[in-house]
Design a protein around this ligand. Structure first.
Ligand code: ADP
Ligand code: ADP
Length: 237
């Protein structure tokens, strides 16, 4: 049973009088626990796909099913709730809130997921311990982002994305701003948490080596899927 099913997704941006096609006929599915990398040159539609899958923007054609529910059939409120409950986002620029500590940044994702939820869940302290332990940031939790290295900030951002136990993790160039060592640590974490928590990870990357840790690699060009190949499913270093 696939958790993500995309059928003929299309997205066209309107730029003044011009239509800019960013996605055309994109079809694929991903299973629970599967790690999928999306690669392709700049402008090939990777970020647009990320925004569409995350419910941050609407496709202009085709259909998208997340956990069996068709996205376009949901109200804005239902879509927002689904996003908060089911999807964790990791961005290239970390996007941590500068005034909060690392711990505060992680906890706020939990608080946001609880907003408007029918059933408020307590913070999963055991999971917080496990994640911060696994990522080696336990001793850094009372620091603000500007006191953390880029690699530490990204690991905090990943803990923030995972604290709600999302079934889907969307990562847009998560290693784009990191050196090799930190980039390996981030890839390792994503790979392990995908296995341990049975999370579907969709990772956009420019780095062909990073893509190899995925179970499957989707190659995009000019808004289309050109090829899907198998990855090794293993961390490299
Ligand atoms: P990638 O992430 O692979 O670099 P994008 O999804 O950002 O690709 O872009 C795909 C295409 O859509 C490009 O031609 C880009 O110029 C265009 N595009 C992206 N965002 C917008 C936007 N907000 N308005 C108009 N065109 C856009
Ligand atoms: P919106 O105002 O678009 O509904 P939210 O209120 O859901 O957005 O989230 C506000 C910000 O909190 C997001 O831009 C993001 O930086 C962060 N955030 C929320 N949920 C998550 C998550 N599951 N993973 C990572 N960051 C999140």
């Amino acid at each position: 049973q696939s958790i993500i099913v995309a059928k003929n997704l299309g997205k066209t941006y309107r730029s003044g009088k011009l239509d800019v096609p960013a996605l055309r006929n994109v079809s694929f599915s991903a299973d629970p626990g599967e790690f999928v990398a999306v690669v392709g040159p700049s402008g090939s539609g990777k970020s647009t796909l990320f925004y569409v899958l995350g419910g941050l923007t609407q496709a202009t054609s085709g259909s998208l099913f997340i956990g069996g529910a068709e996205f376009s059939q949901l109200s804005d409120l239902e879509r927002t709730r689904m996003r908060r409950a089911k999807i964790g986002f990791v961005f290239q620029r970390f996007n941590l809130l500068p005034t909060l500590t690392a711990q505060g940044n992680i906890e706020i994702a939990h608080d946001i997921a609880n907003l408007g939820a029918a059933e408020k869940k307590p913070l999963d302290q055991a999971l917080l311990d496990h994640l911060t332990d696994m990522m080696g940031i336990k001793g850094r939790l009372d620091h603000r982002p500007n006191e953390l290295s880029g690699g530490e900030q990204q690991r905090v951002a990943i803990a923030r994305a995972l604290i709600t136990r999302p079934s889907i993790v969307l990562a847009d160039e998560p290693t784009g701003n990191l050196d090799t060592k930190n980039s390996d640590a981030v890839l390792d974490t994503l790979r392990r948490s995908s296995r341990e928590l049975n999370q579907t990870v969709l990772m956009i990357t420019h780095n062909p080596e990073a893509a190899q840790i995925a179970d499957r690699i989707i190659h995009m060009r000019d808004g289309e899927i050109r090829n899907i190949e198998k990855g090794t499913g293993r961390v490299l270093h």
